[in-house]
Design a protein around this ligand. Structure first.
Ligand code: MP5
Length: 216
């Protein structure tokens, strides 16, 4: 039988296709993305990564002992990633302090925290896997279609790297281990959360592309 993480990817194929087809990624690859659009993403993703730290910390608190070291490494990676954002923000004149999360970013962060606190470890872990897998595939798509060197190269290289690929593969196979022997009802819940995460990921590119605001 197909591993569970493969089943999830297969069932979410339509959402995935829409994500990888998103104009934010296509324009980034083509070098035609308006500077302000990319900067909007940078500001919002800085907030997202910053708030992903407490989410992963909650997962760590619920994690089986054998996964603690791995999750500590994830936390450390997130912390380092904030440095990548700060460095590039300075280089490109982007303000990262006091950024208000746009509606989609806000909702996505709330979703992470709610899932972390209120759902099982496996369910939270599946959300982490979905979010990371989308970033791997998205930035790989940018890298593979890149025309020349990008002003945003460091972001592309960050997520379209071998190291990140290895990490995401590990998340997938670890999820398979975690769900082994679980009843169908539990698997369905995990699948729903995985799908929801993929939808938020689509919305996140959209949020940046339209410079989404609260409107009131
Ligand atoms: C990630 C991210 C990847 N930075 N932003 C969104 C909206 N989704 C996923 O997470 P990480 O922790 O930066 O690898």
């Amino acid at each position: 039988m197909q591993p569970f993480h493969q089943q999830l990817l297969q069932r979410s194929q339509l959402i995935w296709d829409r994500i990888l087809d998103h104009r934010f990624l296509k324009m980034t690859a083509a070098g035609s993305i308006p500077e302000q659009t990319f900067k909007t993403w940078m500001q919002q993703d800085y907030v997202f990564v910053r708030e992903a730290i407490p989410f992963v910390a909650v997962l760590l608190a619920k994690a089986p002992m054998n996964l603690r070291s791995n999750l500590i490494q994830v936390l450390s990676g997130l912390d380092q990633e904030l440095g990548l954002f700060r460095k590039n923000a300075e280089r490109h004149g982007v303000n990262l302090e006091g950024v208000e999360p746009a509606p989609t970013c806000h909702a996505y962060i709330q979703f992470l925290m709610t899932t972390g606190y209120n759902n099982s470890f496996e369910e939270g872990f599946a959300v982490l896997y979905a979010a990371e897998k989308v970033y791997l595939d998205s930035w790989m798509a940018v890298k593979n279609n890149l025309k020349g060197k990008s002003p945003w190269q460091e972001f592309i290289d960050n997520w379209a790297s071998e190291g990140f690929q290895t990490y995401v593969d590990w998340l997938g196979t670890t999820l398979d281990d975690l769900v082994a022997g679980k009843p169908e009802r539990d698997l369905k819940k995990i699948e729903n959360l995985f799908m929801m995460t993929a939808r938020y990921e689509f919305m996140f590119w959209e949020m940046a592309a339209i410079a989404e605001t609260w409107r009131v």
